[in-house]
Design a protein around this ligand. Sequence first.
Ligand SMILES: *Cc1c(COP(=O)(O)O)cnc(C)c1O
Ligand SMILES: [Zn+2]
Length: 409
Amino acid sequence: MARLACYACGETVEAPASPRCSCGEPRWYETESTAVGDVADIEWPSDLDAGTWAFADLLPVDPPTDGLATASGGTPLVRTPALDDYAGAAVSIADEGRNPTGSFKDRGTAVGIEIALAEGNDAVGTVSHGNMAMSVAAHAAAADLECTVCVPNDISDERIRNIGRYDPRILRIDGEYGRLYYDAIEAGAERGIRFINSDSPGRVAGQKTTVLEALAQHRRRTGALPDAIVLPTSSGGHASGAYKGLAELRAAGLIDADSEPGAANAMPRLYLVQAAACAPIAEAATRGAETVDPVDPGETIAYSIANPEPPSGTRALYGARETGGTAIAVADDAIREAKRRLATAAGLTVEAASATSLAGARRLARDGEIGPDEDVICIATGSGFKESVGDPTDVRTETVSLEALPDAL
Ligand SMILES: *Cc1c(COP(=O)(O)O)cnc(C)c1O
Ligand SMILES: [Zn+2]
């Protein structure tokens, strides 16, 4: 049976159990092969076609045979030399916008939903006003599960429509959004609704495959692991998964923590990027603090990474530091410029939150954290095709009569 573990105090419990440890920190699934010490079993998959489930050996539930849950992952890692000068390093973009609902959240939802089904749940829920809400609603619809989505009352109509297309029950919550995360898990458990929130253990397990897959692709192309990974971060769920994946590879000997930097199997440094207007993890990093405290958020175009009270923030920062990385913040102007650069130089449409990865790589290179000859994977967490927030207003157009076309060209 699967077990849940706490990275902070080491306590383990048998699943199903609360997603939070008695010490207050979040739990994640023990990976069976590492839990029993049989780490030699972990290998790079020879075939990545199964997407998220190519890493089934490292996941806490059996793979589905059909349906939307089989459709996540398998996203391209695009080497983009046109962005190298801008970033100050050799850049590859992991295009997570290519998932079924347009973000990496589908990897975590796919695993979360399979666990819910395996444990006999017939209703799921989530607390989100964006990508996670769409992802959970879509996967619940495809698995024929009841779905409740809790959103803040002031959510935009555009987002309501994007979530509503999958026909979940949508509760507009009037109250403190940070507390909602905890209250929903507790009240949901009493009502038989399993909440798959941003850092729920099943989600973290699924989301570790973003980095595992990108590393496998990088290794296939170059024969080596990248030097750094840059990841837009909000709740810290994705970052926790990224670190867990790296730690599992290290435990299996596929990453050698003692290698010289630049060696083919050296530990890639994990850098977390936040928007300056809401950067609790980056602020803790700057302070040299071990724990992440809530902040008073300002406005940012990177709305998908604006959690002022990240439930896995402390774990995410711990993970980044364990790899030799850290957490930084970038301003909205830099995010806007990086988003535009991704489109105009590389043809990639990402949402503002995701452009923080490129903006972050540029900052890190300028600060000397990343060297000009280093290979960097920027995780483009979500597609920019869902909403127009942050898109350019100075689009170039001219009106030309058909007769005048030859002269106009
Ligand atoms: C959810 C999300 C993030 C942040 O992930 P966390 O696990 O909350 O840190 C980043 N980018 C996009 C596009 C997202 O949807
Ligand atoms: Zn603990």
